[in-house]
Design a binder for this molecule. Sequence first.
Ligand code: EPZ
Length: 428
Amino acid sequence: MDRIRIRGGNRLVGDIPISGAKNAALPLMVASLLTEEPLVLANVPHLADIAQMAEILGLLGVSIEQNGTASSAGAPGRTLTLTAKTIAQTTAPYDLVRKMRASFFVLGPLLARAGHAKVSLPGGCAIGPRPVDFHIQGLEALGARITLEDGYVIAEAPGGLKGGRYRFPHVSVGATENVMMAATLAKGTTVLENAALEPEIADLGACLIAMGAEIEGLGTRTLTIAGKPRLHGARHTVLPDRIETGTYAFAVAAAGGEVELIGARADTVGAIIPLLRSAGVSIGETNRGIKVARNGAHFTGFEVTTEPYPGFPTDLQAQLMALAATANGVSHITETIFENRFMHVPELTRLGAKIHVDGQSATVTGVQALHGAPVMATDLRASVGLVIAGLVAEGETIVSRIYHLDRGFEHIEEKLGRCGADIVRLKD
Ligand code: EPZ
């Protein structure tokens, strides 16, 4: 298994192209199930999760053509053309769904297009149990009959879905996407309340509208979707990845230096800009993206609670903790989205971080220096938190199990390396 070796201590100077957002691209690929015409998606990142989604969609009958290269060299990412001329099968098997939870998003579109779907329950994962009850209730509100059998969700809507009203009991990105996609082909109007506001929802909504859907309220908590008998093909460019943007911004804040994040969009990064500014890091918009700089002056600790957008994202919590590890003073970080998202703590501790966890809150007392050590990645965002810590640590840090990293960060060693980091992938 590949590992990453980092020799810490270098400042980061230069620019980094930001890739298309993984968490936008995944549901956008699924939207191809809603029409028999081609859906062309530009700026799709080159990631293991995208390949995994392509595999599951292929099984369901979507033909996928790929053009262009990864965005690492500054070129716009790849273009995928997805065509679901016919639905070849309506079952998404356990073996594929368990590998990536986003596969569960096929439930709504399959049901809306084919009248039935059988999709494996994804099960828990490293960051917590992650139930799918809101996806199921939302589709039931559109008239679906849903049963659970042998670990599968079996959904039927023989006469088609019908518009309905559903209030998500708690904000859910995936459930909003799943039910919104299904509602575009329902008969009549659907109202979804307490919908997620994450920029990936608006990106999916914009693509669905380009495919002929009628959706009002994108960017608000209430979505009104007037169902259509059919959608058509469209072309859409995936928005830049706000989590990748925040990750590199934190890397610069931690290691020091000055980096322009090319293509990053300040209007999608929510709480990150005010947070970094309050900690003493310089960050602002440029005509090419966002520039982050920390020259000399140290940064202070912070108090952060993860929340649905526009609050601080759970997907940046591990990276923030790595930053907090060498801040001036004490930081308090509370995780409210997932139950088990502090697995990076023992690994950061191995590098010399001082962290005390009490339930869902962590107190991080900044230390003068971290020291390199072998560490292990446990999930996608935790692993990149370890990379940030490695950039700061004195000596050599080896991060193993980096297949987690390859799920969500395109060419990370190349992107950091071009800014002066001493980081290499060790092939086994
Ligand atoms: C999306 O997951 C992202 N994944 C996650 O990114 C991200 O951490 C998460 O949103 C929160 O921002 C994709 O977009 C593919 P949720 P999702 O439904 O949709 C509970 C990464 O590293 N809940 O918004 O699965 C749930 O348990 C990943 O890229 C229910 O109780 O997250 C959680 O506590 C990891 N019932 C909360 O809601 C449901 O039916 C929010 O989860 C659905 C969710």
